[in-house]
Design a protein around this ligand. Structure first.
Ligand code: ADP
Ligand code: MG
Length: 295
């Protein structure tokens, strides 16, 4: 294509809220064989609701537990953190991040913080080992109503369990179905549980070709690399800090501009200035048109 055609295509995309960082990206988009989506905040709204929150084992009352968890989580920008803070406020507990002394984030696992002399770990089954706990109470998990289950550990033992749910974005199913019609395969890569991944897949009428759950950020990178070898040109769509390595490993990394993290935006080649993932179809069509491929 000519420089003028490329310039026109890039402006057209920008006007519709899709920022494409250069003409070569349009060409890569034209060759897309697979689109892999992150789940939380990309396919789903990333607006979790706490369904249940319980104190277990030798834990103190649920009030103190919720105060500790919401305070430590307030230091994190993970979508689950906002849900836990909201839930605390709803129970008339004000999170106090200023009382949190030490704080660490473990991508794909959870967080650690010290509050009022208590050392608290919050996260999934993976954080258990860091918290010095060998066995997590699986029987508790089975009883939980939400699809994403979280644990609280202190002193090497589980002291709390909670569950949350999230819903798919408007247009997520249409985007996946539309891509299929264009002859493109779709995948979902998530650090969340299998149950949460299946719930999202279900909400989209089982439209995704591939679903991978319980992934660490480096697992997402490996899957992107494998798909590239097996299927060809791959687009990765994500919003989180933990998606940045996978966005960089893809032929085209697409970030969510409104709700996404700054690092995801910096690493990506395309930024959606709305939360509408259907715009990805427009971007690929524009790439194909500019590079004279049959649409
Ligand atoms: P996704 O790939 O769906 O965006 P993440 O990689 O952000 O998911 O997180 C994967 C999992 O790690 C979460 O489902 C959760 O179990 C755990 N996790 C991450 N951050 C936190 C946090 N701040 N609090 C509790 N759990 C967390
Ligand atoms: Mg995400």
């Amino acid at each position: 294509s000519t420089p003028v055609a490329t310039f026109c295509a890039l402006s057209k995309a920008a006007k519709s809220g899709v920022l494409v960082k250069g003409g070569d990206i349009l060409e890569a988009l034209a060759n897309t064989r697979v689109v892999a989506f992150d789940k939380t905040g990309t396919v789903t709204r990333g607006e979790f609701t706490v369904v249940e929150f319980r104190a277990i084992g030798k834990s103190p009352d649920v009030h103190s537990l919720l105060y500790w968890v919401s305070s430590v989580e307030s230091k994190s920008s993970h979508p689950m953190a906002a849900a836990l803070a909201d839930y605390a406020r709803f129970s008339s507990i004000e999170p106090r991040p200023e009382n949190v002394k030490e704080f660490h984030m473990y991508p794909g696992e959870g967080i650690y913080g010290e509050i009022d002399g208590h050392q608290i770990y919050v996260g999934n089954q993976r954080i258990a080992a860091r918290a010095g706990c060998a066995a997590v109470p699986e029987e508790v998990e089975m009883e939980m109503k939400g699809t994403t289950v979280g644990y609280v550990f202190s002193g090497g033992v589980p002291i709390g369990v909670f569950s949350l749910s999230d819903t798919c974005r408007t247009g997520a199913a249409e985007a996946v179905i539309g891509l299929k019609r264009m002859g493109i395969k779709t995948a979902m890569l998530t650090g969340d549980s299998k149950a949460a991944a299946m719930s999202a897949q279900n909400q989209m009428g089982d439209a995704l070709d591939m679903v991978h759950a319980e992934l660490l950020p480096e697992d997402k990178v490996n899957i992107v690399r494998n798909l590239k070898v097996k299927e060809g040109s791959i687009v990765m769509v994500g919003d989180g800090m933990n998606d940045a390595p996978a966005l960089a490993a893809a032929d085209v990394g697409i970030s969510m501009g409104i709700s996404g993290s700054a690092i995801a935006m910096e690493t990506s080649h395309v930024t959606l200035m709305s939360n509408d993932v259907r715009k990805i179809l427009d971007a690929i069509r524009l790439g194909r048109k500019t590079h004279r491929k049959v649409v």
